[in-house]
Write a protein that binds this ligand. Structure first.
Ligand SMILES: Cc1ncc(COP(=O)(O)O)c(C=O)c1O
Length: 417
C-alpha cells in the first residue's frame, strides 16, 4: 500500500485566522498551570455579558413548537420583515432584498462569492477582520488592502482623540479595472474606530464613480460609546450599490446562535443580476439555522436595556484600557469609539508576533498580534478585547507594562534600530 499524502487545495495555503490560531499556543501555556488572562476572544458570553432572556426564550419556544426543519432560503417571513424595519430605522430606504444567514460570516462569504472572479479584487480595510482575507484566498481573489490611518481622525492628542480612519487618497490610488467592491467595517474590528460622515461620503463618491459595491459590515453598530451615533453608509445615498451586514452575535450577544443577515440597497436595475446570483447560492445551501430565526424580531424590536448596560460597562473598560496602555512607555493606543476592541501600537520593536507569543508564555496574558489583522508595513500592534472586567484588565495591562521592559532587555535583536 502506498502512503501518499492527500494534498489540500492550493487555495487554502494563505488562509490564516490569527484570532483562533493564537489559542493553540495559549492552550499549551495553560496546560502548565499558569494563570491565564484572556483578552483575545470577541465573545461577550465568555465574560460577564448575557443575551436578553426573551431572545433565548423565543428560540427555545420555536424548538418546542418543532420549527426544527429547514427554513425558507432567505429566512422566515417574520425575521425578514423585522430586518426590513430595522433597515428603515437605520435610514436605509432603497432596499431590494434581505436574507438571513448562518452568521454575518456566511452573508459575507455568499456576497463575495457571487461577485468576484479570480484575478479580480476587492478593497479591504487594513487593519481589518481576517475573515475577509480568508475568503479572498478561497476565491483566489487578488488582495487589495487599503490602509486605515492611525493618526487620521485625531484632532486631539492621540491618547484622547480618535484615529484609524480610512485614507481616501490611498483608496483612490488602489482602484483599478478589476476592482469590484469596497469593504468597510464600521465600527471596526480590530481598532474600534467609527467612520465619519465625510469619510462615508467620500467612499460613496468613489463607489458611484467606479461602479463598486459597498460591503458595509455593521455587526457592532449598537455597541457605541460617548453618546456617538452610528451612521449607515447605505442611508446616505439611495443609488449606491450596498450590502449592509448585521446580525445577533455582538449586539444581542448570541454568537453561538450563528444568525446574521444582508440588506441589499441601491438601484434595482443595476443590482438585479447580482441579487439573483446571491439568491442562487442561498437556495443551494438550503437555509440558515431555523429556530434561532425566531429570536430576530424580538431582539430588534423588544426591550433594548441590555445595550445600555453593556455600553456602560464597555465605556468604563475602554477608558481603563486607553489610560493604562498609554501610560506604558513604548505603547500608544487610539481611543476606540465602538465595538470592544483596541489596537495599540508597539513602538521600538520589530515583530509583534514574537512579542505576543513571548507575552503569552511569560505572563499568561493572551492578545492577538497585529500582523493577524494586516497593518501598515513596518508597524507593530496587538489587539485587545476589553470585554473582561476591570480587575482582569488591570492585572493584564500591568503585566504587559512589566513585560515590555523585560522584553527589550531580553531580545535586543527584536529592538528596532
Ligand atoms: C467585523 C466582523 N464581521 C463579522 C463577524 C462575524 O459575525 P458572525 O458571528 O455574525 O458570523 C465578526 C466576528 O467577530 C466581526 O468582527
Amino acid at each position: 500500500m502506498s502512503l501518499k499524502k492527500i494534498i489540500p487545495a492550493v487555495r487554502t495555503n494563505n488562509i490564516t485566522y490569527a484570532v483562533r490560531d493564537i489559542v493553540v499556543l495559549a492552550n499549551e501555556v495553560a496546560k502548565s498551570g499558569k494563570e491565564m488572562l484572556y483578552l483575545n476572544i470577541g465573545d461577550p458570553n465568555i465574560y460577564d455579558f448575557k443575551p436578553p432572556e426573551h431572545l433565548v426564550k423565543s428560540t427555545y419556544d420555536a424548538m418546542m413548537k418543532n420549527f426544527n426543519g429547514y427554513a425558507p432560503s432567505s429566512g422566515i417571513k417574520e425575521a425578514v420583515s423585522a430586518i426590513e424595519r430595522e433597515a428603515d430605522r437605520k435610514g436605509i430606504t432603497n432596499v431590494h432584498d434581505v436574507f438571513v444567514t448562518t452568521g454575518a460570516s456566511e452573508a459575507i462569504d455568499v456576497c463575495l462569492t457571487a461577485l468576484v472572479n479570480d484575478g479580480e479584487n476587492v478593497l479591504t480595510p487594513t487593519p481589518g477582520y481576517p475573515l475577509y482575507t480568508a475568503i479572498a484566498s478561497k476565491l483566489q481573489m487578488m488582495e487589495n488592502p487599503y490602509y486605515l490611518d492611525e493618526e487620521n481622525g485625531s484632532s486631539e492628542p492621540r491618547s484622547a482623540g480618535t484615529g484609524w480612519l480610512p485614507d481616501i487618497d490611498d483608496i483612490k490610488s488602489k482602484i483599478n479595472k478589476k476592482t469590484k467592491a469596497i469593504i468597510l467595517i464600521n465600527p471596526n474590528n480590530p481598532t474600534g474606530s467609527l467612520y465619519t460622515t465625510e469619510n462615508l461620503q467620500a467612499i460613496i463618491d468613489l463607489a458611484l464613480e467606479h461602479n463598486l459595491v459597498i460591503f458595509a459590515d455593521e455587526i457592532y453598530d449598537k455597541l457605541l460609546f460617548d453618546g456617538k451615533k452610528h451612521v449607515s453608509i447605505a442611508s446616505m445615498n439611495k443609488d449606491v450599490s450596498c450590502i449592509t451586514f448585521g446580525g445577533l452575535s455582538k449586539n444581542y450577544m448570541v454568537p453561538g446562535f450563528r444568525i446574521g443577515w444582508g440588506i441589499v440597497s441601491g438601484r434595482k436595475e443595476i443590482l438585479s443580476d447580482y441579487m439573483e446570483a446571491i439568491n442562487k447560492i442561498l437556495r443551494a445551501r438550503l437555509s440558515a439555522n431555523h429556530p434561532e430565526q425566531y429570536g430576530i424580531k424580538i431582539s430588534l424590536e423588544g426591550d433594548q436595556s441590555h445595550l445600555t448596560e453593556a455600553n456602560k460597562k464597555l465605556t468604563s473598560r475602554r477608558n481603563m484600557t486607553v489610560e493604562m496602555l498609554n501610560s506604558i512607555p513604548g505603547i500608544s493606543c487610539v481611543k476606540p469609539e465602538g465595538a470592544f476592541y483596541a489596537f495599540p501600537q508597539l513602538h521600538g520593536i520589530n515583530s509583534d508576533a514574537h512579542f505576543v507569543s513571548e507575552l503569552i508564555k511569560e505572563t499568561g496574558v493572551v492578545v492577538v498580534p497585529g500582523s493577524g489583522f494586516g497593518q501598515k508595513p513596518g508597524t507593530q500592534h496587538f489587539r485587545v478585547v476589553f470585554l473582561p472586567n476591570e480587575q482582569i484588565l488591570e492585572k493584564a495591562y500591568k503585566a504587559i507594562g512589566d513585560f515590555y521592559v523585560k522584553y527589550l532587555e531580553k531580545y535586543p535583536e527584536k529592538v528596532e534600530a
